[in-house]
Design a protein around this ligand. Sequence first.
Ligand code: HEM
Length: 415
Amino acid sequence: MALEIPRDRSPDSSLWLLRDGYQFIEKRARRYGTDIFDTRLLLQRTVCMTGAEAARAFYEHEALQRTGAGPARVQRTLFGQGGVQGLDGAEHRQRKQMFMSLMTPEAIQRLADFSAEQWQARAASWAAAERVVLLDEAEELLCRAVCAWSGIPLPEHEVATRTRDLVLMFESAASVGVKHWQGRLARRRGEAWVADLVRRTRTGELSQGPGQALATIAGHREPDGRLLDERVAAVELLSVLRPTVAVSRFIVFVALALQSSAGSRAKLEAGDLDPEWFVHEVRRFYPFFPFVVARAGEDFEWGGYRIPSGERVLLDLYGTNHDARWWPQPGRFQPERFRDWTGDPFTLIPQGGGDHYAGHRCAGEWVTIALMKTALAFLTTSIRYDVPAQDLRVSLSRIPAAPSSGFVMSNVHRA
Ligand code: HEM
């Protein structure tokens, strides 16, 4: 006999989700004393799961599918329609391979080098500025770097608007009202922009280096041998550009961690702390994606509980990264905890869990780590700066999170 899944008391928890944000699942799982509970979100029955064992089931159980799982409002802003996030099985694996083929160590290094050049170029103008907002700077310079890396021409007069649209796509995903509509318009403009680039690449009007994202996606063929539909190709190309610009938030968290953990900063500067541990701890500690969504394609059992076919299933990313069973004193920023880390694919899951090729784990995780390390090296060795009084608090009910000031620096000069 399967156990009964604890049911959340509220008839619909959507407003609670807005209020509790990143801690929505963690708080309730603690209240019910389980890693699983049932609730209603946006009027749909939803099972919420947390912890490494839940992550293993979420990524490895065949009953959990992505087709039709994501809410339409998130597709219209964040992900787009027809992209890899919503595919399953062989179709997913074939499309995912297209993304993973871009992620060779040499290609990742090239993107990190482009970003390093951009950091240096921007720093030249900062000395004359009274204040520098790191979040704004990082967004724009990552947009320049990822377009150059992808083979996308980006005229100077377009940099600000293209950056803004890419940012709006992920900033609006959890929003309602005006912001949501701004996100939808940004996606429409963005898809039109890159669909035109795909078209011009296919006709040979835009010449491309092999292995660049634009050429790879424009030339990718479906299992039946046809080129990707132009609109779907645009959605996929935006899934390279948009999240690369979003790495700006993790970079701001790198700066915040350097500021609030003076001990770690000193160790990094003395060469006594592995920068990779620091970057992993930033990704574990700070909030980014709250959870991921799937749907049960058939009844399945997990941990003695029966999850019925058709139910929406959320996996808690933030809470799993803060689960004291795997991360002792999870609320402390402690990069050294990664000294003995085995690389378990289900305990550190800010970008999803499991296998990058076979499952839905983030295709850009290695790129993210490389871009964060580049920014960390720049902030600790290339420049010196002051951090004037400002509101650096990070609200856990605002998704996606960032300190409200965007991290202001002043008196910036070369080290
Ligand atoms: C800001 C840092 C990033 C975060 C926090 C992040 C997070 C995530 C998460 C949570 C997922 C969903 C996993 C799932 O559905 O189970 C995902 C998927 C994905 N990410 Fe990222 N990501 C980041 C950066 C990147 C970058 C830089 C790229 C590309 C260059 C990228 C490309 C993708 C793609 C293509 C998918 C879909 C994978 C699939 O469905 O198989 N991401 N990411």
